[in-house]
Design a protein around this ligand. Structure first.
Ligand code: FE2
Length: 186
């Protein structure tokens, strides 16, 4: 049977009952993104970048994220575990740690299609898509992604501020407009 969104969410919900939910969810997501075509079919074609909510509850959020080519999202935390599974393109993740007055870089990881990244509760990362195709992923969080108070940091000054999802939306809108312009001119 073809994979559908309800099935993806149901598998993640089931994994929450395991002893170590984050690792069980990692295994589920790993299995799902290993069949990129199936996931592409379930989620539909991507023509612009953005975040689509597939499931939202107090204990679990499942998002479909499409990173526009050229986008760069400033550092932010989640304050809950996160499992990111790529099924197309590539996310460039940079990691940070808190230092007095801001952040310092602490490595990074390029995440190509088929790979899964697990982030702990206190992880701080920034994400960029430096390639010429959309980076598409399933993002699963161990809580309510939208109502927990979180932080983000300015991309250049590393100044901390409250997470602002409207600012994130504007970033996607700008990146989408730039991308559209560049493809129209091609
Ligand atoms: Fe994130």
């Amino acid at each position: 049977m073809a994979l559908v969104v309800e099935e993806i969410v149901a598998r993640c919900q089931e994994a929450l009952n395991e002893d170590t939910p984050v690792l069980a969810v990692r295994d589920v997501v790993s299995g799902i993104v290993s069949d990129g075509r199936g996931l592409e079919h379930a989620l539909g074609p991507v023509s612009r970048g953005g975040i689509t909510t597939l499931h939202k509850a107090a204990d679990l959020t499942v998002l479909h994220v499409a990173w526009t080519p050229g986008i760069s999202l400033y550092p932010h935390d989640h304050r809950m575990w996160a499992v990111i599974g790529m099924y197309g393109g590539q996310e460039d993740n940079a990691f940070f740690r808190r230092v007095p007055g801001g952040l310092e870089r602490a490595g990074g990881r390029e995440l190509p299609a088929g790979e899964v990244l697990v982030l702990g509760d206190d992880a701080i990362h920034s994400v960029a898509n430096s390639r010429k195709d959309f980076a598409v992923a399933l993002h699963v969080y161990g809580g309510d992604f939208f109502s927990v108070a979180r932080s983000e940091w300015d991309l250049e000054t590393y100044e901390e501020r409250p997470r602002d999802l409207e600012r994130t939306q504007r970033l996607f809108d700008e990146a989408n407009a730039r991308w559209l312009e560049s493809t129209e001119g091609a």
